[in-house]
Design a protein. Structure first.
Length: 118
């Protein structure tokens, strides 16, 4: 059974930092790219960052230079370091396992809330 469990969300002031973690079980990170997505109230879920099987990273323009995605393949952990947070970063952050196969199944975590407030 595949499970993705996010943690690390919470309340933070503008300019602050938070590190999100995603514990993966039931699949190998060698076979999946991993990503972080977020959903703000009243908005659609959007791409934040991905890291592929060989470690290439991609970021949404809105978070470039502030967020950093990383992973520990042996521990099956994926991280999102978020610095210089802004109010518009508020939302539920989801971890996603992205299949390398066309038509393969992707998996989502249940999400963790990040609220940036002043």
């Amino acid at each position: 059974q595949v499970q993705l469990v996010e943690s690390g969300g919470g309340l933070v002031q503008p300019g602050g930092s938070v590190r999100l973690s995603c514990q993966v079980s039931g699949l190998s990170l060698d076979n999946y790219g991993m990503g972080w997505y977020r959903q703000a109230p009243g908005k659609e879920r959007e791409f934040v960052a991905t890291i592929n099987r060989v470690g290439f990273r991609d970021y949404a323009d809105s978070v470039k230079g502030r967020f950093s995605i990383s992973r520990n393949v042996d521990r099956k952990m994926v991280y999102l370091q978020m610095n210089n947070l802004k109010a518009e970063d508020t939302g539920v952050y989801y971890c996603k396992a992205i299949s390398r196969s066309i038509g393969g199944q992707d998996y989502w975590g249940q999400g963790t809330q990040v609220t940036v407030f002043s």
